[in-house]
Design a protein around this ligand. Sequence first.
Ligand SMILES: [Ca+2]
Ligand SMILES: [Ca+2]
Length: 177
Amino acid sequence: MRRLYPYWGGGDRVRANGLENTKIAYQNNTDNQIYTSNTDGTEPKRLTNQGWNSTGNWSPDTKELLFYSDRDGNYEIYKINPESNIITRLTNNPSSDVEPRFSPDGRRIVFASDRDGNEEIYIMNADGTNQTNFTNNPAYDGYPDWKPTGEEILFESDRNGTFNNLFGICLANFPHF
Ligand SMILES: [Ca+2]
Ligand SMILES: [Ca+2]
């Protein structure tokens, strides 16, 4: 079973640059578009207007939101500037590219994709270049996120036979990335 929608719910809060908890980004589950608002829900602003869109993930400098969407026919990863509403597409692959999260320094993005035949964890630069498979395992690998130090990525896998087992990728083991 594949779960594609991990970031529904309370929204992803701005938490950097002294803007602690001043804005949230969320998916409106009526129109499946991305909004920002104050943390109490006031002043909602719709950022997207087509396709199904995941909840946005703030960049550390709060200037961009990462999300994934089927607006171009299959799930791809995009980022949007919440001020200008300019959207940049970061992946272009007929498989599902989902669950993007900015690294703590904002330079890289971890995401999940089944482009190599099953779900794997990938890392790319924040501009979409250098998309690299970091798991290469026939099991399901998904739901990645960064440890706050940025040195390790945690993800979920059923490689031991059951879901909900967490595994880690230590980036120091990939010095050439
Ligand atoms: Ca895709
Ligand atoms: Ca895998």
